[in-house]
Design a protein around this ligand. Sequence first.
Ligand code: SF4
Length: 289
Amino acid sequence: MPTVTISSNSGFCFGVVYAVEMAESYLAHHPYLYCLGDIVHNDEEVQRLKQKGLRIISHSDLPNLAGETVLIRAHGEPPETYELALRYGIRLLDASCPVVLKLQNRLREIDRPDVQIVLLGKLGHPEIIGLVGQLEKAKLFVVSSPEEVDTLPLEPRKVTYLFSQTTKSPALFAAVAERLLQRCPDSIIADTLCRQVSNREPHLEAFARSQDVVLFVAGKKSSNGKSLFSVCQAANPRSYYISSPEEIVWAWLEGAEKIGIAGATSTPQWLMEKVKSHIEAHFATMVAQ
Ligand code: SF4
């Protein structure tokens, strides 16, 4: 029977813990709560909270929610969302992560016409939408790879900054910074990566190496899930990405004596425990046969 271990450096970051606790404490006294977008990029956790009364909505629903209470999740929102809430008399429960709010403030502070900003991130990601919304005067370029930096129409006379979506990997950020400095040597490199994610990488790497097989548990839409999974995979090629226990292919675990379970900052502890129990029950059945 193999040993199954959950990595001690996995599971919710403080930003997600804060948002989920805020939702649960509200729902303890109210029948329902609206949340703008998935509270966390994990379908299982969203389902659990929906059963307690969480109702996921989109921005287009806001005009129909006058007088209601709406939760803003950890990713943060652009100023436009706050203006809409004011216009429609919506009460906001703001669970924007302080790390994201700090980055939004920094962008607002340098929002001038003589500034151009390169932002490492994924277009369309809610955090990026919130960040882009902070800027009115500066020129902004969102990139997802070092190669894209070469194609940007950068203006040599402008002050150039590099920022990053909080959940990107340090290696990718360093590669983008290097490319930008080749083009604009005076660029100001602002490392805005969240340490809740980047500090996990060395631990995760060591954990993945110490296991025969790693099951990485995260939602399909989790940005830091993909980033942290690539760390696992580089350290241990027998790493597999799953979103629920049912996705385990038992052939992956063949011959493994040590099975590791890890997760993203959006992966609830209970889900990793569920994966562990599922594996242990499977092997217990095999022993009994
Ligand atoms: S990963 Fe970091 S920035 Fe994002 S919600 Fe968690 S603590 Fe906040």
